[in-house]
Structures are given as C-alpha cells and as structure tokens.
Design a protein around this ligand. Structure first.
Ligand code: URA
Length: 194
C-alpha cells in the first residue's frame, strides 16, 4: 500500500491494474481537503470527469455540489473520490475485480485523510466499502461504524436526477450528516458518545 500522498497519486496516475486504464482519457484520483472531516465516495468517473480528471464535475456533480452547499459547506472543505479511478465504458458499474484492484487506493485515501464521516453515494460505493449487500432504498440514512469511521449510505446524485421524488429522503440523509459533522467537529474528539 502506498503510504504518502505523492506516492499514492503517482501510483494512481500510472495504474494499469485493471482493464479500465485502457479507455481512460484522464485518471480521476479525487480532490478536496486532504485533512477533511467529511469524505464523499462515489462509484467511478463519468464522461465529464474522465475529460477533466476531476471527480463529480458533470451533471450529478453539480447536484452533489449543491447538496454540499445546502449543509453549509464548500467542496474545498470536504474530500471527494470514487471506488474506481478510471471511467468504466458507457458508465457501466465497475466489475468486482475492477473495484478490488482499486481498493488499495481508496484505503490509502481514507487512511491519509482520516475523515470522521464518510458518505457513500449509491449502492456500488456502499457495497464495496461496507462489504455487505446494501439496498439503498432500505439502508440509506443508516449509520454504519467501521474502524472508527462513521459511514452513511445515501442515493447517488444521478439517481436523484432520474427520480426527483428521492430528493426528500436524500435531504434527510444529508441533514443527519450535517448534524453529526457539527457534533463531532464542535466536540473536536471524534466520538459521538460525548
Ligand atoms: N459519478 C460518480 O460516481 N463519480 C463521479 O465522479 C461522477 C459521477
């Protein structure tokens, strides 16, 4: 496992661990505050992300940005990345072997950023991160504790663009994130029991 930012970023840029490297225009490692208390994990880059080399800058990214603003934060305060760092063809879901090949990078990102809260955007992000079968309709808005990190699955912004009726539930999830974020960062100790 890469141990520092430079080593990790270099490894991601040169990665050929799976077939997704063959179709990429740009690798999309992730971006934001390297010491963020709040991290967002999506599925994988789409067309615009592949073009720019930045996560969540297409239509679903614009919605995610609005939702981050709605909880009183800026993109620059949080860290945003994906399960896979290269665009799957035709925006299909990453295959299990592709997600596995990229998991080391995600683990390193979490280790380096050490966020207090991780928001899992959609089923793919939730399933590979929590390592259990997740139904977003059933499990969105529930807190999962893993290795000292508070993780919350919610709808992927592209699902919200397809079905506006889910936005109300997503907003409830984001309010939970905002409230725990405030509690943890004001307490400054990373524990929700105090
Ligand atoms: N969808 C994702 O899951 N990630 C991105 O970066 C963009 C769209």
């Amino acid at each position: 496992m890469a141990t520092g930012w430079n080593e990790m970023t270099d490894a991601i840029f040169h990665c050929q661990r799976c077939r997704l490297c063959e179709g990429r225009t740009h690798v999309v490692p992730g971006e934001g505050n390297p010491n963020a208390d709040l991290m967002f994990i999506g599925e994988g880059p789409g067309q615009e992300e592949d073009r720019q080399g930045r996560p969540f800058v297409g239509p679903s990214g614009q919605l995610l940005t609005k939702m981050i603003h709605a909880i009183g934060m800026e993109r620059s305060e949080v860290y945003i990345c994906n399960i896979v760092k290269c665009r799957p063809p035709y925006n299909r879901n990453p295959e299990p072997d592709e997600a596995l090949a990229c998991m080391d990078f995600l683990r390193t990102q979490v280790y380096l950023v050490r966020p207090k809260i991780i928001v899992l955007l959609g089923k793919v992000a939730a399933r590979y991160t929590l390592k259990q079968e997740i139904s977003i309709n059933r499990d969105h808005g529930k807190w999962f504790e893993r290795n000292g990190y508070w993780m919350l699955p919610t709808f992927h912004p592209s699902a919200l663009l397809r079905d506006e009726s889910k936005k109300r539930d997503a907003w409830e999830d984001f309010k939970k994130v905002r409230d725990l974020y405030r509690a943890l960062t004001e307490a400054g100790n990373g524990s929700i029991s105090e």
